[in-house]
Design a protein around this ligand. Sequence first.
Ligand SMILES: Cc1cc2nc3c(=O)[nH]c(=O)nc-3n(C[C@H](O)[C@H](O)[C@H](O)COP(=O)(O)O)c2cc1C
Length: 644
Amino acid sequence: MNLLPYLFSPIKIKSLELVNRVVMPPMGTNLGNPDGTVSEANLAYIMRRARGGAGLIITEISSVHPSGSAIGNELGSYDDRFIPGLKKIADAVHAAGAKVALQLHHAGRESLELLQQGKAVAPSPIPSLIFHLTPREITREEIQEIIAAFGAAARRGVEAGFDAVEVHGAHGYLLTQFLSSPSNKREDEYGGSLINRSRFIIEVLQEVRKAVGPDFPISLRLSVEECIKDGYTFEDIRPILPNLVKAGADMLHASLGTHGSPGGITSAPPEYPPGFNVWRANKLKEAVGLPVIAVGRFSDPSSANEVIARGEADLVAFGRQFLADPDFLIKAREGRPEDIRKCLACNQGCIERLILGEGKIRCALNPETGQEMIYPQGPATVRRKVWIVGGGPGGLTAAYEAARLGHQVTLFEKVEETGGQLRFASRSPFKDHYGKWVSWLTSQVKKMGVIVRTGVEVTESTISEGNPEVVILAIGGEQIKPNIPGIDLPCVCNAWQVLSGEVPPEKHAIVIGGGLIGMETADYLCQKGTQVTLVEVLKRSPVLKITSHGYMLHTRLKEAGCRLLFNTTLTKIEESSVTALIEGREQILSPVDQVVIAVGLKPHDGLKEFLQARKIRHFIIGDALEPRRILEANEEGARAAWNL
Ligand SMILES: Cc1cc2nc3c(=O)[nH]c(=O)nc-3n(C[C@H](O)[C@H](O)[C@H](O)COP(=O)(O)O)c2cc1C
């Protein structure tokens, strides 16, 4: 029985015949070779996803011209030497039964490397919204060269065996830079009026059409709205939509925003509910009558099925969900949606890792992503008796991976519930899905045969008696208590006591520490109506506004009237006031009826010396090693399991 009949129905767009309406949208991975050719890691990554059953896979950005790479290892499509590698992608996706489109891209001014080298070009010399460096104005000759390059790259796509091409006209890259008046101040025929600003996209589409012939499908990815100050809206660009169709677009991919839009709306954070962007796809569909792809925060196939059923879009793209669980569609199809590992939209391992230059793609929840080449398939040659001490994210992920490889796993958690710190963190606004992920992972490991023993403290003697072959120590960290006079007063508590509900919110609170725990605790308190002042010793917030979660936190705290004091040290706590050195000047802050410590964590030490002294094979992972994020805890948990 077809459980999701609309999603799993075929569609034909020119010569492109898709078995269903699911699209994997383009996602840069940084897995390519430094010379722009396709690497084995690229192939392993895309094959893994193609096996997941999407009708259409769109490749990550491929640069149509050497002046247009956004990231160091961006794939190239600007030379015939790239064709053999691209062909391997097309063949691999076809072998899995899916169709594949090549995304054609030029970054314009949004390339840090090219900006730093003075080589980035754009319609006008206006600084990048992300990197704040100024590009060079592109000449009219260069415009023609790049239009021709799009055509040549499309021709290479056809030769490499792709089923379609997608022109990247979204996210603030070169095509958007021409379309958008804040970035296009040209006085020639490529600037000024909307018709002039759309000329570049139109000519690119015409050139691509010329290169691929009349029947070959061309998708155009657009940011339907720019979501920047003075950026265009759907209504602004509505008049040019018919021209885009006439120029060659067969399908529109309705994305939104630019990488410079506040809050990372292009890969939106959890504040935006699944499907929040569908209305823009629907507007496009109504305006042009072409098949349209909706995208934005989809993780549940049944909600995508409803979008198709209601006729709001023709196809639905699942981006980060394909990173979190490439098998999610198979699970939905088999009627076991409860097994789907849902994307948290945290962006730690994917888009923000790429934008912040932290390395190749990962997923905070799925340790296989980006590591397909080394991901052990199992079963392990020797089945070991493993004890995992600690049921936070790292411990649970270690349990999942160890059980998947066939080891005999017992996981111990000191308190009654698994989740570690996430038991508290998931109480702050828009984080409840972290708690759901913990429940999901706990039920998955149990299903896989892991014995989960909560409310059990592992001691030296239990280890001696139980005699595990290997111990994975995932005991997390403990809150640091700063040495401030008055720190032991009854009005002082720590972030976890507040978030857990053990200590109720008061009217006026001081939160000590402006890192993530402090900001999230302040967010929680503000939501409860507390008047919060947050003090942080650093001169600037360690929670970066460039990350979507950071932006959302800063915005909410500002809107709630939370006072953020940087370069500030608390020197004394009293019953109803605190003394602080604010930028070197002493001030008394009052009234204060609650002081919340959130200055960070230090690793728990328990059992480390014992395991070492007894020469019991062990791994120390996550916060027990060094307090960090879920991404690192999960990665270390997985690696420990892989190396058992
Ligand atoms: C790691 C990552 C890389 C991305 N790279 C591209 C890209 O190469 N081209 C593109 O058009 N969009 C890119 N995007 C945007 C996605 O295609 C998609 O529109 C976005 O993530 C929203 O969909 P989602 O909420 O389902 O993840 C990227 C997103 C992520 C997370």
